[in-house]
Design a protein around this ligand. Structure first.
Ligand SMILES: [Zn+2]
Length: 310
C-alpha cells in the first residue's frame, strides 16, 4: 500500500478475533494478528451476493473483495463466525446494503473493533427521488442496482486519490452491462400479461420499475410458513385470474408453493432472488438475465424473445 492510500485508509495492524456468536449477542476475545493473510492488499468486506458481485468489477488484484455473508446463509438471518469477524477486522472498507437486511454487519464491525472503517451503505443510492424505502430487495431492479453501482464506485474512489482512476476506469468498463440490463428489462412493460405471484416479497421494485404487478406474495415473512388464510388468498387469486403467473425461487425449497401449484393446476416457474449463491464477478448480470428470460417466456409466450445486449 502506498503512502497516499495509507493516509486515507484505516490500516489495521493488529486485528485477529476469536469469538463466539450466541443468540445474536457477539462475544469476542481479541488476539494479536497482522492480517498478513491478505498480503498487504486493500480489503473490502461486502455482505450480500449481488453487492459482492458488482464490487468485484470495480477493482483489480491489489484489492481483496471478501463477502462476510456466511456460505449458504440467508441474508435475512445471519450469525457471523470468527472467520467473518476477522475479515471485518482487517477491512479498510465495508460495503453493505442497509434497509434493515444486513444490519448484522454493524454488530460484526463493532465486534471486530473496527469502528473507524469506511462503511458504504448502498441504500443511500437506491431510492428514486422523493421515495422512502422499506423493502430491502432493491438489487432485483437493474435500474436501482445501476444507481447503487455508481454511488458505491464513487464512494470507493474517494478513499484513495492514487486508486480513484483505477476504480473509475473499471466502473466505466462494467457500467454498460448494467445499462443494457436496465434497457432490456423495459421489455417487460410491453407484455400483455404482467401480473405475478412470488414466494417472498423480493420482486416489488423490479415489478414497479418495469411495469409488472405483484398480485400476491406467499410468504409475507421470508421462510415463515404462511397462514391458512394467506394460502387461501393466493389460491383465490390464481383461481379467479387464470393468467396470473406463479413464481417460486431458485435454491429455495418451499413445499407450500408446490402444493399451491398442484391444487390450482398451475405451472410453477422460478426466479432467482440472488440471496444465496457463490458471489462470482458475473453472477449478478448472469442471474438477472436469466430472470428476465424466465419472465419474458412465462408472461410473453412466443413474444418472449430476449434482446441480447451482451
Ligand atoms: Zn429476501
Amino acid at each position: 500500500m502506498n503512502n497516499g492510500t495509507a493516509s486515507l485508509f484505516r490500516i489495521v495492524g493488529v486485528c485477529a478475533v476469536i469469538g463466539a456468536v450466541i443468540f445474536g449477542a457477539i462475544k469476542i476475545a481479541n488476539k494479536p494478528d497482522d492480517c498478513a493473510s491478505y498480503g498487504g492488499k486493500i480489503v473490502i468486506a461486502t455482505t450480500i451476493v449481488p453487492l459482492t458481485s458488482v464490487v468485484k468489477t470495480m477493482v483489480d488484484d491489489s484489492f481483496v473483495v471478501e463477502s462476510v455473508l456466511p456460505s449458504g446463509a440467508d441474508p435475512h438471518e445471519v450469525t457471523l463466525s470468527p472467520r467473518e469477524i476477522h475479515t471485518l477486522a482487517c477491512a479498510q472498507a465495508v460495503v453493505s446494503l442497509g434497509l434493515g437486511l444486513d444490519t448484522w454487519v454493524d454488530k460484526g464491525i463493532h465486534a471486530a473493533g473496527n469502528d473507524a472503517v469506511r462503511h458504504i451503505r448502498a441504500e443511500q443510492f437506491a431510492a428514486l427521488p422523493g421515495e422512502q424505502l422499506s423493502n430491502p430487495h432493491v438489487w432485483l431492479s437493474p435500474r436501482r442496482m445501476l444507481h447503487m453501482y455508481n454511488g458505491i464506485a464513487g464512494a470507493l474512489a474517494t478513499f484513495s486519490p492514487t486508486r480513484s482512476t483505477l476504480i473509475e476506469a473499471h466502473a466505466a468498463a462494467f457500467r454498460p452491462q448494467l445499462e443494457a440490463l436496465d434497457a432490456d428489462y423495459a421489455a417487460l412493460g410491453k407484455l400483455p400479461q404482467r401480473d405475478i405471484i412470488t414466494l417472498h416479497d423480493a420482486f416489488t421494485y423490479m415489478a414497479g420499475d418495469y411495469g409488472l404487478t405483484i398480485a400476491g406474495v406467499i410468504e409475507e415473512v421470508p421462510e415463515d410458513t404462511p397462514t391458512p388464510q394467506q394460502v387461501a388468498h393466493i389460491i383465490s387469486i390464481l383461481s379467479t385470474h387464470p393468467r396470473v403467473a406463479l413464481f417460486g425461487e431458485t435454491d429455495v425449497s418451499a413445499a407450500i408453493i408446490t402444493v399451491i401449484a398442484q391444487d390450482t393446476g398451475r405451472t410453477l416457474h422460478t426466479l432467482n432472488s440472488l440471496e444465496v449463491g457463490a458471489a462470482d464477478t458475473d453472477i449478478y448480470v448472469r442471474t438477472m438475465r436469466s430472470n428476465l428470460t424466465e419472465l419474458l417466456q412465462t408472461l410473453g409466450g412466443a413474444q418472449g424473445a430476449l434482446p441480447n445486449s451482451n
